[in-house]
Design a protein around this ligand. Structure first.
Ligand SMILES: Nc1ncnc2c1ncn2[C@@H]1O[C@H](COP(=O)(O)OP(=O)(O)OP(=O)(O)O)[C@@H](O)[C@H]1O
Ligand SMILES: [Mg+2]
Length: 252
């Protein structure tokens, strides 16, 4: 289980996290929503220890990772898979090298045959069997997302963090990615934290949805609870209205 407790983070004088609290239950999918620039990606990066908070704590299975030395943190990081925003692949590396990257750098597997088998298995899971030798430049956006997902699951993580997995791909491909995220939960009992703007995807995959606003979580609830929210900030976000309490003019 992951607990974010009273997190604060500033970049220079710009406060991004301002007392953020969130609990993520094992085996569940939580979706974080919120406007561009509100700090969703920053939150994910804190959970995996890529950014350090100014104050607060981040408990992963009962251990406060903000207190760990780098070697201890690296051990905990093995429990995470991360699908980065934009599905950033290493462009100079083949699909095979991309998917096996974490297995090698984290010393999870050393025998090339084991690595080959695992890469093939992960590509099969995301529906891209046999594309090991393809270069990222020759893939469509949807395929890149799926290769990113294959890389994220390669080390059999306990937690997967997805940063906008369906942004920039067509609705049918988006739905295929949603199905994959549901599959990961059902087949591998993975706990997922998904950041998205895509409410169709959020309602489909989430056990719980958390709305981020001004550096905090302003509401969490089941998809039904969020759909029927009384909170004006959440309401405005999910209906996509540019009128209401937050406009470009008054959001500061
Ligand atoms: N490493 C960094 N150094 C300085 N500022 C940063 C850094 N990372 C993020 N920020 C700032 O923190 C704020 C939140 O960024 P973040 O990427 O988390 O937004 P987001 O909610 O993921 O937005 P989007 O939906 O557009 O991806 C932004 O103002 C951004 O410019
Ligand atoms: Mg982001």
């Amino acid at each position: 289980m992951i607990k974010l407790i009273d997190l604060y983070k500033k970049f220079g004088s710009h406060p991004v996290l301002q007392g953020l609290n969130l609990e993520i239950e094992d085996g569940k999918t939580i979706v974080i929503i919120g406007r561009s620039g509100c700090g969703k990606s920053v939150t994910l990066k804190h959970i995996v220890g890529l950014l350090k908070c100014d104050s607060g704590s981040i408990e992963v299975d009962g251990v406060d990772i903000t207190k760990l030395v780098p070697l201890e943190l690296q051990e905990i990081q093995k429990r995470f898979g991360f699908l980065f925003q934009g599905a950033a692949l290493f462009d100079s590396m083949s699909v095979y090298e991309n998917v096996s990257f974490g297995l090698r750098t984290q010393n999870i597997m050393t025998h090339e045959n084991d690595i080959k088998e695992r890469v093939a298995e992960c590509l099969r899971l995301v529906g891209l069997e046999g594309i090991e030798n393809t270069m990222p430049a020759d893939l469509s956006g949807g395929m890149r997302k799926r290769v990113g997902l294959a890389r994220a699951i390669a080390a059999k993580p306990q937690y997967i963090l997805y940063d906008e997995p369906t942004t920039g791909i067509d609705p049918i491909m988006s739905d295929a990615v949603n199905e994959l995220i549901l599959d990961m939960k059902q087949k591998l009992q993975i706990t997922s934290i998904v950041v998205t703007h895509d409410m169709v995807s959020a309602y489909k995959i989430a056990d719980r949805i958390a709305m981020m606003y001004e550096g905090k979580i302003v509401q969490t609830g089941t998809p039904v609870e969020i759909k029927n929210t009384d909170n004006p900030i959440v309401k405005q976000f999910i209906t996509g209205s540019a009128k209401g309490p937050i406009t470009l003019e008054n959001r500061g």
